[in-house]
Design a protein around this ligand. Structure first.
Ligand SMILES: CC(C)(COP(=O)(O)OP(=O)(O)OC[C@H]1O[C@@H](n2cnc3c(N)ncnc32)[C@H](O)[C@@H]1OP(=O)(O)O)[C@@H](O)C(=O)NCCC(=O)NCCS
Length: 153
């Protein structure tokens, strides 16, 4: 499977159970809220934009972001690839896809993301995509920001 075949799909009644069954390695559990929790949030928060990550016909991950109409900042606040499918370039491809989707919305100038400071995989992934670390927030999480170039939008 080439990473070019990664695409994002909507969350539906039919695929939510599969989203909830995606797994992280035990030492990654603290890095991101559980997908069950994210599904609850997606159902109750009108700004939440949940997306499932598909590699061909197979669901390999899940992410969620918000990009309110009255703001120029989008925030990616959930991002995970199932433990079985990590390390194959799917995270990188999914990040590229979601950034393209956010860029196409047209009203967003920058994207923020946050992660545990000792989450090396996340740090490398986001840095390679152009995110710049801004420092720790009040909960001790690293915040990183990506500014879209004016001609990207
Ligand atoms: C972070 C995560 C999404 C990466 O997904 P992935 O599909 O494994 O990542 P990829 O194979 O596309 O790798 C992309 C880059 O991430 C980095 N990376 C991935 N796994 C890594 C690891 N174990 N250690 C260090 N860097 C790593 C590398 O820089 C890699 O680029 P490279 O292959 O060119 O060196 C995945 O590890 C994950 O779901 N982790 C648990 C949840 C989490 O931490 N989410 C982010 C917090 S919001």
């Amino acid at each position: 499977m080439k990473t070019g075949e990664i695409r994002l799909a909507s969350l539906t009644k039919a695929n939510q159970a599969l989203v909830a069954s995606l797994e992280l390695a035990p030492d990654q559990m603290d890095f991101v809220a559980s997908n069950a929790e994210s599904l609850d949030e997606a159902a109750s928060d009108g700004d939440a934009r949940p997306r499932v990550v598909m590699a061909g016909d197979r669901m390999v991950g899940f992410l969620m972001y918000e990009a309110p109409q009255d703001d120029d900042e989008a925030r990616i606040y959930r991002f995970m690839i199932d433990r079985t499918w990590q390390g194959r370039g799917y995270g990188k491809a999914a990040l590229r896809e979601v950034l393209d989707e956010i860029r196409r919305l047209g009203h967003i100038r920058h994207v923020s993301i946050c992660y545990e400071p000792h989450n090396e995989a996340a740090r490398q992934l986001y840095r390679a995509a152009g995110f710049v670390e801004q420092g720790l927030d009040e909960d001790g999480e690293m915040i990183a920001d990506l500014a879209f170039a004016a001609d990207d939008r």
